[in-house]
Design a protein around this ligand. Sequence first.
Ligand SMILES: Cc1cc2nc3c(=O)[nH]c(=O)nc-3n(C[C@H](O)[C@H](O)[C@H](O)COP(=O)(O)OP(=O)(O)OC[C@H]3O[C@@H](n4cnc5c(N)ncnc54)[C@H](O)[C@@H]3O)c2cc1C
Length: 403
Amino acid sequence: MRILISGASISGPVLAYWLTRRGFEVTIVERAPALRKTGGHAVDLFRPSMEISEKMGVLPKIEAHATGTDTLTLYREGVQRPARIDLTKIVGATSDRHVEIMRDDLSEAFYDAGRDQVEYLFGDSITAISPAGAVTFESAAPRRFDVVVGADGLHSNVRRLIFGEDSGRTRFLGGYLAVLSVPKMLAREGEMTVHVGAGRLAGIYTAQPLDDARALFLFRSKEELQYHYRDVLRQHELLREAFAGMDPKVDGWVAELDRTPTFYFDSITQLQMDSWSRGRVTLVGDAGYCPGPAVGGSTSLSVLGAYVLAGELAQAGGDYERAFAAYEREMGEPVRRSRAFARGVAMSIVPQSRAGVWAMTRAAQLVSALPAGLTKAVAKLNTKGARLHDSMQFKEYSAPVAG
Ligand SMILES: Cc1cc2nc3c(=O)[nH]c(=O)nc-3n(C[C@H](O)[C@H](O)[C@H](O)COP(=O)(O)OP(=O)(O)OC[C@H]3O[C@@H](n4cnc5c(N)ncnc54)[C@H](O)[C@@H]3O)c2cc1C
């Protein structure tokens, strides 16, 4: 049975690994000319995705590439003295098994795990998928596949082709997110420095494997802003306006907009499709159920979704209708809970007022000051909130594994 996956970031290579292990023939088409090596941004793996990575034999590699950010230095707007927060305690309270890693390092680890069994078509994109599985590409010759999976991110091409332009029901979560590459000397290794004020937050971090640092900006907006997604200059202008006068250091990061080779700007938007499969096509990871970039543990959810989809396809003996229904059933609860979690994070990560800034800092200081065992014990009582991602369960699939 031949399966085509669009997208070679996180969910694509994980899905491909498990499908080939279970005897399917897999091709991945990726728009980028090669596996992305710009670093991306720091992402999180929690317990279920750590366990899936362990089963894939890539956990040591992932742990070796952990960012190692363990301190948060928090400056509140208008307050001179920063608060120092022990991030290991905060993360320890939310997860027993967690690693933070740059997205492109994670992608490479998953890619390496399965590359010998998978056919990769880089620098190409799907242009059409017929109900019978005939696929046309921008460059490659047309081919037929039994199943097509969109693993091509929040702005998924496969989703647009199958469900139409406005198919992905989305919900704006009231904020914007920007990331740019800045010189490494502006950040300190092992530390994230954050400036926070009412309605806006700017941070900087680097990591040992990176040649540069990442400046990250989050700001609130009641309404969706007017700009075209390709109009980078307008996005620069919006970012400058949102962070004007925050702090001279933040001004320095924003000034890098004129030089940066890597810039990302997007609304914090949640995908809310009720079903992400149609005919022989389905979606995985951010393409199908992104709870919101940077707010909902979406990387962990993507790994989990890819593992479950491969398991269900194998268990159904390739009967994709049965497999997709089972996949959506299995992922329904984690997706719903991640969406609710992300909406909460989106409301609280950038405080609305000075009082909110104060309360957020106090809460972080408190967790940081308590003994790790105590914060963990308190957090464990709440599996809908802080411990949500660790508490997600996944099935062991007994379907045959190819030799
Ligand atoms: C700025 C930012 C910060 C984030 N921070 C965090 C965080 O702190 N923690 C966390 O867990 N997650 C975070 N995320 C989310 C995380 O990056 C995603 O959840 C994760 O990468 C999803 O993986 P994916 O493989 O489903 O999609 P993606 O990583 O989006 O990959 C999609 C792939 O599809 C390819 N593609 C796109 N279009 C086409 C096409 N037409 N044809 C072929 N290929 C195509 C792309 O090139 C890419 O390789 C953040 C995201 C962003 C944008």
